[in-house]
Design a protein around this ligand. Structure first.
Ligand SMILES: Nc1ncnc2c1ncn2[C@@H]1O[C@H](COP(=O)(O)OP(=O)(O)OP(=O)(O)O)[C@@H](O)[C@H]1O
Ligand SMILES: [Mg+2]
Length: 268
């Protein structure tokens, strides 16, 4: 039996996670966010990026970080944020340092390294804390300290907090008022529009050598409505539709086929 790849003439892994930065889909919000984040890095400011689960936050951040000039920035990405994790500890690892046990020593080490990067190497540290909605009291306290590292006249650190929408509420909590007050830029990554969803699906298909119009217009409408334009959900529906259509040898993929995939998905 022919596989779906053969049936659709697909050469790679369609709608997969490991998509190269150069082939990412650059929709309007993606570009806008990139330019805002570039500004945050250039100014040593603090930004907050929110979005629903699977909205493309980490992907947009990855592209932004890769775009930074290594000669001017030291990138520190923290992606583990459960209650017990220390941001300082993860930063220390990122700097290639041994993380000291005593909290005060660890803080001083990280502080010292951020300042040395700035004063001796002319590099600003760009700290991204992804999944920041998971930060506990310790992590948030560390971030408050970090944002006060900077003297008023110079900012050796740019901070970007990334997370689901409940992060906003968490930051509004009285204890975090100092941190919230420092946030200069807030950006909400909403899902793709219908037209963007169409372009997104087509770009993904093209990238793996398939006919970009494998999905009919109505099929894309159904994907868009169900996924609410969220890339991870679009990917899931699209790949399952390709599998089903490949198995049934149906081409193009119409709305009815996508509906059956959605019915299967609802039984999850
Ligand atoms: N600009 C894009 N171009 C191509 N694919 C994308 C793009 N943005 C997101 N995706 C796809 O959508 C998937 C989900 O995106 P991502 O992991 O960035 O979402 P997230 O908002 O960080 O989700 P979570 O809230 O679960 O952390 C990615 O694995 C990728 O396959
Ligand atoms: Mg993410």
């Amino acid at each position: 039996m022919r596989g779906y790849k053969e049936f659709f003439g697909i050469t790679g892994s369609p709608f997969g996670k490991g998509i190269a930065t150069s082939t990412l889909h650059r929709y309007a919000q993606f570009e806008e966010l990139a330019s805002y984040l570039t500004w945050v890095a250039e100014e040593g400011s603090t930004g907050l990026v929110t979005g629903d689960v699977g909205a493309g936050k980490s992907t947009a951040i990855r592209a932004f970080l890769e775009s930074l000039d290594e000669r001017r920035y030291h990138v520190c990405y923290v992606g583990n944020t459960d209650e017990t994790r220390s941001v300082f500890r993860q930063m220390a690892w990122g700097f290639g340092m041994r993380a000291k046990h005593l909290k005060g020593d660890l803080r001083d080490d990280v502080h010292g390294r951020v300042m040395a990067m700035w004063q001796e190497h002319g590099k600003r540290t760009v700290l991204v804390v992804d999944e920041a909605q998971g930060l506990g009291a310790q992590g948030l306290a560390e971030l408050r300290l970090l944002t006060s590292f900077a003297c008023d006249s110079e900012s050796p650190l740019a901070l970007v907090l990334v997370g689901q929408v409940q992060l906003r509420q968490k930051l509004r909590n009285l204890d975090n008022a100092a941190l919230e007050d420092r946030i200069f830029l807030r950006y909400h990554l909403a899902g793709l529009s219908l037209a963007e969803t169409r372009a997104y699906v087509q770009a993904h298909l093209k990238a793996v050598g398939a006919n970009p119009d494998v999905f009919t217009k109505d099929a894309v409408n159904v994907i868009f409505q169900n996924a609410k334009g969220l890339p991870r959900r679009i990917n899931k529906i699209a790949i399952l539709s390709l599998l089903k259509a490949g198995h049934k040898e149906v081409n193009p993929i119409d709305a009815a086929l996508v509906e059956t995939v959605l019915k299967d998905l609802m039984q999850d």
